[in-house]
Design a protein around this ligand. Structure first.
Ligand code: ZN
Length: 331
């Protein structure tokens, strides 16, 4: 994924382009209104002259600048009132010559607030939107805690269990949301989401990733399959070093469907161990979904990886239960 700093810079330069476009639209509108109505044209010209003479006399006698400016303000308001009348008279909306901006809060500057300047919601949203365009993060705009619907999970008791599938998923969702809301970089606490296909593991992992990303941390979401692919490519050709670095250095790494990747001799296990180990040494967190249970993970990989994934001191294991809701929905 691309760094947040670069993305922010890009979003700010988009806003700059937007402001230039706003000015062009304003100019076009003045020209159009002037063409329609000679009265409008005359008022605009008077307003312009007023600014020039006002500014000139304020420079000439600085002691009276304040009075001059107040006078000017009053006259401009009168002209603007007449403009509104004339605009309507020639069939245009009365606010047609108001300053143009896409965001009414920050007027497309990206910042609000005095004296503490803060990013405007429009800038925050633009940054997130750009982040979501990144590899692996594309699903997050659709799959998040707001769109998570526990009602698709059956509310009938599961044999041998105390709760229904919906009851379990509600509980797990609560744990995931608390985790995401309390996430902090460098704490190294993670989640292992275990269970068979179609129980909502990947969806909830996306929810966590989205929330953590929104809170300003760097997140990489990648399937175990692609992780293996990237590591294999890097190992053999040295390509994709940045991506490998991101997987190691991001605040939160989310690995989807661990156990489904091809077992390539000399690649899969060592690559996975390398990433897990580097992250563990730096106390960086991990969220993993897998169809395997903890015994399965020890069997499939080796003790070193099994121990890192199932380390009770760092990883909370969430066991998903019930039936495949995707199959359930089709029936
Ligand atoms: Zn704004």
């Amino acid at each position: 994924m691309v760094s947040r700093e670069n993305i922010t810079r890009e979003a700010l330069s988009d806003l700059e382009a937007q402001r230039a476009q706003n000015l062009a639209v304003e100019k076009e509108r003045r020209a159009e209104a002037s063409q329609r109505s000679a009265a409008v044209a005359a008022l605009l010209e008077r307003r312009k002259q007023l600014f020039f003479t006002g500014m000139r006399s304020a420079f000439a006698s600085p002691g009276q600048a304040r009075a001059i400016s107040e006078n000017m303000q009053r006259e401009v308001e009168q002209i603007n009132a007449q403009l509104r009348v004339e605009l309507e008279a020639c069939g245009l909306p009365k606010d047609y010559l108001q300053p143009v901006s896409r965001c009414p809060l920050c007027r497309d500057t990206g910042y609000v607030g005095e004296p503490i300047r803060e990013q405007c919601v429009c800038l925050k949203r633009a940054i997130l939107h750009k982040l979501y365009q990144n590899d692996g993060l594309q699903g997050l705009e659709r799959e998040n805690f707001d769109t998570f619907d526990e009602n698709i999970f059956p509310d009938t008791p599961i044999e041998g269990k105390r709760n229904t599938q919906r009851g379990y998923i509600r509980k797990i969702r609560g744990i995931c949301e608390t985790y995401a809301d309390g996430f902090s970089a460098g704490e190294g606490r993670g989640l292992l989401l275990c269970g068979t296909t179609g129980l909502g593991k990947t969806f909830l992992m996306h929810c966590i990733a989205q929330r953590v990303l929104e809170r300003g941390f760097s997140v990489v979401v990648i399937s175990a399959y692609r992780l293996t692919e990237r590591m294999r490519r890097f190992q053999f050709s040295g390509e994709g070093e940045d991506q490998v670095q991101d997987m190691i250095a991001c605040d939160l790494l989310c690995i989807d469907d661990l156990g489904s990747e091809p077992m390539i001799r000399g690649v899969t296990v060592s690559a996975l161990y390398h990433i897990l180990n580097e992250r563990r040494n730096a106390n960086r967190a991990l969220v993993v979904t897998t169809n395997c249970d903890s015994d399965g993970l020890y069997e499939k990989y080796d003790d070193r990886i099994g121990a890192r994934l199932c380390d009770a001191g760092r990883m909370q294991i969430l066991q998903f239960v019930g039936e495949d809701v995707r199959r359930h929905l089709k029936q």
